[in-house]
Ligand binder design. Structure first.
Ligand code: PNS
Length: 176
């Protein structure tokens, strides 16, 4: 059975990797599929994300990395996959994910969504949390693979002074 693990992966985190590793033990093949989303301005280009993910999963022989446009169920059908794999971190995910699973079911009855509970240690982790920490100069080395951490640091390194320019300007100088 082939499973698609669709997402933005901007960037891939240890939470995603944990899910991919566990999925690769459950399914014959897992295709990590990066959505080419024209409505979002990502931190990393699709090409860069594909490189980051490919390097992160090179120890997993039954995992493939690809990108796609349009509906996930259409892509799954083209790839001969019958499962969409998604992670659930908390109740807040559940609402969104359930709606997505139900929507996908109306689009294709052939494709099932399978949820894996995120490992406890990554229950707080998301790509946006990583981007936020890195943007303000914090370390993300414990959250993402080393090569991705390098990329994200490069991304923000030249831009340190823009972390919160308005607040910096609004704070009056100390008088003593
Ligand atoms: O990593 P993300 O951003 O949570 O992934 C969301 C994703 C890519 C799985 C979802 O937005 C998606 O499947 N988009 C493709 C369009 C689609 O199929 N929409 C119908 C389901 S709501």
């Amino acid at each position: 059975m082939i499973a698609i693990y669709p997402g933005s992966f901007d960037p891939i985190t240890f939470g995603h990797l944990d899910l991919i590793e566990r999925g690769s033990k459950l399914f014959e093949r897992v295709i990590v599929a990066v959505l080419r989303n024209p409505n979002k301005t990502p931190l990393f280009s699709v090409q860069k994300r594909l490189e980051q993910i490919t390097l992160s999963v090179e120890h997993l022989p039954n995992v493939e990395v690809d990108s796609f446009d349009g509906l996930t169920v259409n892509y799954a059908q083209i790839r001969g996959a019958s499962v969409l794999l998604r992670g659930l971190r908390a109740v807040s995910d559940f609402e969104v994910e359930l709606q997505m699973a139900h929507t996908n079911k109306t689009l294709s009855t052939q494709i099932e969504t399978v949820f894996l509970a995120t490992s406890n240690e990554y229950s707080f982790l998301s790509s946006s949390v990583v981007r936020e920490i890195a943007r303000f100069g914090g370390s993300v080395d414990h959250l993402i693979p080393p090569h991705v951490a390098l990329d994200i640091h490069k991304c923000y390194a030249h831009n340190k002074t823009t972390s919160n320019p308005k607040i910096t300007e609004a704070v009056p100088p100390l008088n003593n």
